[in-house]
Design a protein around this ligand. Sequence first.
Ligand code: S3P
Length: 428
Amino acid sequence: MDQKVLPAAQLKGTIAPPPDKSISHRSVMFAALHQGVSTIENFSEAADPHSTVSCFRSLGVEIEQHRSTLTVHGVGRDGFRHPQQDLDCGNSGTTMRLLSGILAGAGISCTLVGDESLSARTMRRIIDPLEKMGARIKARQDDYAPLSISRPGSLIPLRFELPIPSAQLKSCVLLAGLFGKEPTQVIERIPSRDHTERLLDLGIEKAGNTRIISSSRQDVIPEQSYTIPGDFSAAAFWLAAGAIHPRAEIELPGTGLNPTRTAFLDILREMGANIRIEQERQAGQEPVGDITVAGSELKPINISSERVPNCIDELPILAVAMLFADGVSRISGAEELRHKETDRLNAVAEILENAGADFTEYEDGLEINGSPDFTPRPARYNSYHDHRIAMAAGVLSLLADSPSTVLGAECTAISYPSFWDDLQLLTN
Ligand code: S3P
C-alpha cells in the first residue's frame, strides 16, 4: 500500500499510543512459563506480538483472545510440547531471540523461521552463548534463520558478559538460565531495556555502573495479571511531530515511561522541546504517565554510544527531529541500527536525501545540519518494509509544502496498526 501524506496546517489531538510491543511479547512468554491462568489486558493488535502468540500456541499453550484481553493457560517450564511444525517468528527479532532462549532452556527440539527481513538478521549473538549453555543450533551460514535448536545434554549455567548492549540478547540468556539448577549470570555494563528482569523480578547485583542479573530454576515465575502500557517507541513519532511542528499540541495518555526506554524524551527536552508529563503512575511493574507536547524551537544535539541503547528504536525519528534544530546535530556509535528490520542508517539517509536535507552518513551514525525553516521536498519515500522507517517518513511528510507518498506503508502494522488513522486524526 502506498500512503499519500498531505502537509499539516496544525497537529492537534489526543492519541492513546498502541500497547507496548516489547512488554506484549514478554507478557505472553512469562504467562506461558507460569503454571496457571494469567490475563493480559490491553494486548497489542500488532503483527509482531501475534507472532509470539502463535509460536506459543504451537508449543501447546492455550491462549484465548477477547478483544484486547488475552487469557493464557500457562504450562510451566516443563510443560511445552514438541511442535509439529516450524515456529514462524514473522518479522519479529524479539520473538526469535527470546524464544530461542526458552527453547534451548526447555530442551525442545524445533526450527524457528522468519520472513525475509528476519532471515537476514544475525543470530550469531544468541547462538554463541546458547551453545555454551549446551544447546545445539544449526543456522543458515552459521548465522541466520532458519534456526534448528536442540539440547542433547543438561543445561549448563553461564556467566556471560554482554558483548553488545542488547536487551534481546540479555533476555535470551536469562530465559535459558531459568531452566538451570545453578544460576546463570548476565553482566551488563551499558543499560538496555529492563522489562525482562522487572517482570520476572530477577535478582540484580550492582557494582558501580555494572549490573549482574541472575536467573535459575529457583526463580518462581510470578503469578500476575498484566496490563500493557502504551508504547513509548510508538508515542515517540508524535512526540517528534509535536516538537517540530509550529502549530502542534498532542496529548499521549497512558504512555510507558520505563527509564530504560525514555532517553528520547530527555533528548527532546535537551533540544528545547515543550513537553509536560502528568499523572505518573504504575501499570503493574512498569511506570506510565500522560505526556503532552507542543511545538517549540529546537537546538541541535550530539548523541553518542552510551545513550544509543536507550533510544535505539527512536533514532530514525530523532534524525527527522534534528532536521528542524538550529545547527549541526550528530548521532554516533549507532552501527547497531544497520542490523534492525532493515539497515536503518542507510534507510534514514535515503529519506534525508529525498527530502533535500544537508547531512552526512557515517558507518556508525549521521551528521545533520538542520534549520527551523527547513521544508522537506515532497517525495516518494521507500519504507523498505520497516515500520519505523515508514512512520519516520510519514511524520516528515507532514512538514512538507505539498503531498508526499510513503511506499509499502502497510508495514506500520508490525508495531502500530492504526498509525495512518492516528496521523489523519491529528491533522483534522
Ligand atoms: C527489543 C530490544 C531492542 C529493540 C527491539 C525490541 C526488546 O533490540 O530494538 O525493537 O523487546 O527486547 P536490541 O536489544 O537487540 O537492540
